[in-house]
Ligand binder design. Structure first.
Ligand SMILES: [Zn+2]
Ligand SMILES: [Zn+2]
Length: 73
């Protein structure tokens, strides 16, 4: 069993929910959403807000899997 950080449960919005407070865009039926501190937000908007790991070599933010382009050489 994994004990990694619990990710918020994402689900598909079933009706109009108003404005997503993270992206300031409208949550429509069919959008993939989740709760963030009790507010319904888009999963994509939430993921964009998450801090990304920083590469120790070039100090650029890396991809979510920690990969950085500077290590391709
Ligand atoms: Zn949004
Ligand atoms: Zn790098």
């Amino acid at each position: 069993m994994s004990t990694s950080a619990p990710a918020p449960v994402a689900f598909t919005a079933s009706h109009w929910h108003g404005t997503c407070p993270l992206g300031f865009d409208t949550i429509r039926p069919g959008d993939v959403v989740q709760y963030d501190d009790g507010a319904l937000v888009h999963r994509a908007c939430w993921q964009r807000e998450q801090p990304r790991p920083v590469c120790p070599k070039c100090f650029m933010q890396t991809a979510l899997n920690g990969a950085c382009g500077c290590e391709d050489q």
